[in-house]
Design a protein around this ligand. Structure first.
Ligand code: PLP
Length: 637
């Protein structure tokens, strides 16, 4: 029992599940990672290993994205309930009208689920491009919710927004650039429909975290205070003042520091209050996105974390706006947020298998020592021979200096290829022999400790980092990564991870560590014949759509899972979205797979006709080529 508790604590210490999991993840009695779709209901947990078993039983190949739709629903409900509760506690006189910015994850099922879970709260959508606008117009059928339109807009975009108004939808065009206002009023006269208008303010307050440049004077979007006043006058002079309903700002995604939220709320609320006093009929204050996710579980201002909870975030918005409005004696506006990351990050993960281990210490070269071998070879062999008698620190330093010197000696032609291989192999044998001895030392010298803590293996994972974890590669985002089973067993291997792309950048060597990132991740030793699955978590925001086609791996298989207490295994897979086939990715690059197959067939027929190949073999190889075109792009088991 005590051992179980110790292992559990150790597992938490290295993977920080409770911290980044935010109540949705835990480890069950079987030592498997599990999902709590509903934080309050401990009974309804789903064992991720069992979900993977079911996926495999259905013949779906890894890697796979698993979407837990219950988590998505639960996040939407929690955000709305938190606003509702704090608005009521604060005697705030406006209401909350959240919108989900679909750019964070445009997958139709994701957007539909969010809309459905948020229907009773009048939770709406936000779009920032024409395809997004076309989709939100079709999807958002709740006239009580908002459809907020951000981003740069041409006349076609504006016309589509007004088409939404014709259908009775609450489409709010947020003016990002002054010229959009002029086009909008022109079109509204032409189409004979009144627009609903928002103005996006460029705040002077700077954001915090990686996207801090989204705010401040040099921000890409928004109107300066002068432009806001000009817009106000233009609307009044053209008889459109009644259409100005919303004031918006967005201070950047993943705001790490709560002080930033407080500052921008104060500045935004002041602009609102001043406009209100000038007579603007604004009803909504839209504080944008930015609600952060604690990816590394450090609850700090690190780029992959945040130093506040949802409760504190909502409190600071509600009370911050209220304070300014009460002071200025203006009505409390309805509050709009555009949180995307915080709603979607937890609901999906990528599961794949570790297919191999790359370790320079494996497959060592063995040979008899010969008197012809260079003295360096003799010396390092002697260190290895006497390893149990010598001083650990001294043996290590001597061996290291021979290994370092051997590199130059080889380049200069002093050592042969074989001598270099023997030195390398002897060095790794010395390290292997020293490792357990160092563990038992009362005091470990710093250089030894550093060297041995970095002695890691590379676990080869069947996925493309460029496709599935783009932020991890492009902007050094940290994500929780851990095995989904064997969590009742202490992991002992220090590892880095590499993917299957032909790119040396396709590696992961920064891992969450409850604070500063660590260079290796502790994992279990691989056991021959038993699959070892890794999960890459909190990938529900931005990762799906930003992934690229490097090496033509393409999209991964995807399953949508729902908890069901009445189901014999507690869940069911509702949808399977097939990932890319070889044929699919080739077609996307302008190849014609049918023509390619035809070319191969012709070449093979020629070989058969020339009697260079038996017809039976020719047919089998053509079939193999054609079947491969239909297959999944990732490694097969
Ligand atoms: N609203 C706007 C205008 C944005 O640009 C973004 C993203 O940066 C968001 C909302 C979503 O932000 P987040 O995902 O951090 O909530």
């Amino acid at each position: 029992m005590l051992k179980k508790v110790v292992v559990r604590e150790f597992i938490e210490e290295i993977y920080h599940i409770e911290r980044w999991g935010d109540g949705h993840f835990g480890v069950n009695e079987e030592g498997n990672l599990c999902i709590r779709p509903n934080k309050e209901n401990q009974k309804g947990t789903l064992d991720i290993q069992k979900v993977v078993d079911e996926i495999m039983d259905q013949g779906i190949e890894l890697p796979v994205v698993i979407r837990f739709h219950d988590i998505l629903r639960s996040q939407v409900v929690e955000l709305n309930e938190t606003f509702g509760r704090i608005i009521s506690e604060a005697n705030y006189r406006g209401r909350y009208f959240g919108v989900y910015p679909i750019k964070v994850n445009q997958m139709r099922e994701v957007v539909e689920e969010i809309l459905d879970a948020g229907r009773k709260y009048n939770f709406g959508l936000e779009a920032g491009s024409k395809p997004e606008l076309l989709s939100v117009l079709a999807l958002n059928d709740n006239p009580g919710s908002l459809t907020v339109l951000n981003g740069y807009k041409d006349r076609e975009f504006l016309k589509l927004a007004l088409l939404g108004r014709k259908l009775g939808k609450n489409t709010i065009v947020v003016i990002e650039k002054y010229s959009e206002l002029i086009n909008l009023l022109d079109l509204s006269k032409e189409m004979d429909i009144r627009p609903v208008i928002g103005l996006r303010a460029k705040l002077s307050a700077q954001g915090s975290g990686k996207w801090s440049h989204s705010a401040g004077e040099n921000a890409k979007f928004g109107l300066t205070i002068s432009e806001i006043l000009n817009a106000f006058n233009y609307l009044r002079d053209n008889g459109y003042m009644d259409c100005l309903k919303l004031l918006h700002y967005h201070v950047g995604s993943q705001v790490t520091n709560i002080q930033t939220i407080k500052e921008v709320v104060a500045e935004g609320a002041r602009i609102y209050a001043e406009l209100k006093k000038l007579g603007a009929p604004i009803e909504y204050m839209d504080v944008g996105g930015g609600l952060g996710v604690d990816y590394d579980g450090s609850q700090s201002t690190h780029d992959s974390s945040r130093n506040y909870s949802w409760e504190i975030y909502v409190n600071d918005i509600v009370y911050g706006i209220k304070e300014v409005c009460d002071l200025e004696n203006v009505p409390h506006p309805n509050i709009v947020t555009e949180s995307g990351r915080a709603i979607t990050a937890h609901h999906s993960c990528i599961i794949t298998e570790v297919v191999d281990k790359i370790d320079p210490r494996e497959n060592q070269y063995t040979s008899q020592l010969s008197p012809d071998h260079h003295i360096m070879v003799q010396n390092i062999r002697n260190i290895l021979k006497d390893i149990n008698e010598g001083d650990n620190h001294e043996s290590f330093n001597d061996a290291l200096s021979i290994k370092n010197a051997s590199e130059n000696a080889f380049k200069l032609g002093v050592l042969s290829l074989e001598e270099k291989a023997i030195i390398e192999s002897a060095f790794w044998s010395i390290c292997d022999a020293l490792k357990p001895k160092i563990k038992d030392m009362d005091f470990v010298p710093e250089d030894l400790e550093t060297y041995f803590s970095k002695l890691s293996s590379q676990y080869l994972c069947n996925l493309s980092i460029f496709q599935s974890l783009p932020d991890l590669w492009a902007i050094d985002q940290l994500l929780p990564i851990m095995p989904i089973s064997r969590l009742g067993e202490i992991p002992t291997e220090h590892c880095t991870l590499v993917d299957i792309t032909c790119d040396s950048d396709g590696k992961i060597d920064r891992f969450i560590n409850g604070g500063e990132a660590s260079e290796t991740l502790l994992l279990h030793p691989l056991i021959k014949g038993i699959p070892y699955y890794l999960g890459f978590f909190l990938t529900g925001a931005y990762q799906d759509v930003m992934g690229d086609m490097h090496n033509l791996f393409g999209r991964v298989n995807e399953v949508h899972v729902y908890a069901d207490e009445d189901d014999p295994i507690g869940f069911f897979i509702e949808t399977v979205v097939k990932g890319s086939s070889n044929r699919g990715v080739l077609s996307a690059m302008q190849y014609n797979p049918d023509h390619m197959a035809y070319t191969i067939r012709k070449e093979m027929e020629k070989k058969v006709a020339n009697k260079e190949m038996p017809p039976r073999e020719g047919v089998a190889l053509i079939n193999y080529y054609e079947n491969s075109l239909q297959g999944y792009t990732y490694l097969k088991r």
